[in-house]
Design a protein around this ligand. Structure first.
Ligand code: BES
Ligand code: MN
Ligand code: ZN
Length: 460
């Protein structure tokens, strides 16, 4: 990955002054008469997102003014500086002031420098930042590189990101950090008792698999991450309409974010025994596809009736969670792009999460706020669990009433977690529909930075 940072030539770097509407008057007063006139002629008023390079007498850029949000505004975007890489002319820059949250500004700058360049050359300007001396640039680069990994994996279309490609990406990461890697592929899933992963993935010519790697000192607390790796979700026989299917290359967003989180954990050398499990499948349509009202056993035991073949994510996660749960991890975390209902409830940028542990939920919320990686707790509402009852099997994967879809999905998954001391479930969107500061349109890293902070604090 191309780094957004420049660690030399500090004196030559062009200073960027962050301006709010409130601070503009005072900042303006300190400028030369020419610069004041130039700002006036350019109609610069410190409006958030406005960027004004001020020329020096010789025509070079002397400094840059950049409007950021008033912190009191309800629209305050703490990643505003993430717009800078897309606005600045080529050059080497530094932040002039330290009155704002510089760590988040630098992180936003790095996240906003991301471009997806796999299929065409990107002519992005060479805009680089000399980071302030007091920010931990290694920590920020670790986060930006992890976000780029998640985004690249999600943005890569399904023809180049099938179950085997996803396995290769996981293997590359595991090998880089000396993790022990294995995978169970195709009919072996049935032989080794992963009936639901097999059922969902068998209709694709690209074999389903369960990716599994383990890293770290076995004596350290066990943390297991499980990510939904549906490389493309057609909906199966309950086929999605074209509009609903369009961006389903992102349906491995849980897996992508689990890999991003694993990369941060291993790179930082956290004191945990990490295990990563990714059920990687393609939910396709074919003569041998699973059907509505089919019934399959699950790894854990209960028989699962298929109410809808489009509720496939919870099926593959159920078998992976059951395996994870068998070794009673200290903390079990799963991420997946599981329901349209989550997006309806909270929108694309605020993934719901679920846990039965109030103290853990509060910790997650705090870490999410500190990293500007927002998530919102939703309830494992017990009374709705009855909606999952099946008349002919033990559980149905898709309640027919259509209510509280993200909650009932979480309740479905909860049935497969029993022994883990703590369980966290995230129903992410994994995608930025329209670009925002620090968040280019396309695949998105969600919840991984918040979770990395949580794990660093618990096990650093
Ligand atoms: N991958 C989808 C969920 C999804 C859809 C996420 C659109 C983001 C945007 C998932 O597999 C799915 O199709 N879920 C169904 C479940 C339903 C059939 C119970 C849904 O949400 O409609
Ligand atoms: Mn689906
Ligand atoms: Zn899906």
């Amino acid at each position: 990955m191309h780094s957004a940072f420049e660690t030399e030539a500090i004196e030559a770097a062009i200073p960027i002054t962050l301006v709010t509407k409130a601070s503009w008057e005072a900042i303006r007063a300190d400028l030369s008469a020419t610069a004041q006139q130039f700002a006036r002629a350019s109609n610069f008023t410190g409006k958030a997102g406005h960027c004004l390079p001020l020329p020096a007498a010789d025509g070079t850029i002397a400094q840059v003014l950049f409007g950021v949000d008033d912190p009191a505004s309800c629209r305050h975007d703490r990643f505003r500086a993430g717009q800078l890489p897309g606005l600045l002319p080529p050059g080497v820059y530094r932040f002039a002031d330290t009155s704002h949250d510089m760590r988040l500004a630098v992180l936003a700058f790095a996240l906003g420098s991301y471009r997806f360049g796999r299929y065409r050359t990107i002519d992005a300007a060479n805009v680089r930042l000399v980071p302030p001396a007091d920010v931990d640039i290694a920590a920020i680069s670790r986060m930006a590189e992890a976000a780029a990994l998640a985004r690249d994996l999600i943005n890569t279309p399904a023809n180049d990101m099938g179950p085997e490609d996803l396995e290769q990406a996981a293997r590359t990461l595991a090998e880089r950090f000396g993790a022990r890697f294995s995978s169970i592929v195709g009919d072996d899933l049935k032989r080794q008792n992963f009936p639901l992963i097999h059922a969902v993935g068998m209709a694709s010519t690209r074999a389903p698999r369960l990716i599994d790697f383990t890293w770290g000192n076995p004596a350290h607390p066990k943390v297991t991450l499980v990510g939904k790796g549906v490389c493309f979700d057609t909906g199966g026989v309950d086929l999605k309409p074209a509009s609903g299917m369009l961006i389903m290359k992102k349906d491995m967003g849980g897996a992508a974010n689990v890999l991003a989180l694993a990369q941060m954990i291993m790179d930082a050398g956290l004191r945990i025994r990490l295990r990563v499990l990714i059920p990687a499948v393609e939910n396709s349509v074919a003569g041998n596809a699973f059907r509505p009202l089919d019934i399959f056993p699950s790894r854990k035991g209960p028989t699962v009736e298929i109410g809808n073949t489009d509720a496939e994510g919870r099926l593959v996660l159920a078998d992976a969670l059951a395996l994870a749960d068998e070794e009673s991890p200290d903390l079990l975390i799963d991420l997946g792009t599981l329901t349209g209902a989550a997006r309806v409830a909270l929108g694309p940028d605020l993934p719901p999460f679920y846990t039965g542990d109030d103290a853990l939920a509060a910790e997650v919320a705090r870490c999410a706020a500190e990293e500007n990686d927002p998530v919102w707790r939703m309830p494992l509402w017990g009374p709705y669990d009855a909606w999952l009852d099946s008349k002919v099997g033990n559980i149905n994967n898709a309640p027919s009433n259509g209510f509280a879809g993200s909650i009932t999905c979480a309740l479905f998954l909860q049935r497969f977690v029993e022994r883990a001391s703590n369980w966290l479930h995230f129903d992410i969107y994994g995608w930025t529909p329209t670009a925002k500061p620090g968040r280019p349109e396309g695949g998105e890293c969600q919840a991984a930075r918040a979770l990395y902070r949580l794990l660093s604090q618990r096990y650093g």
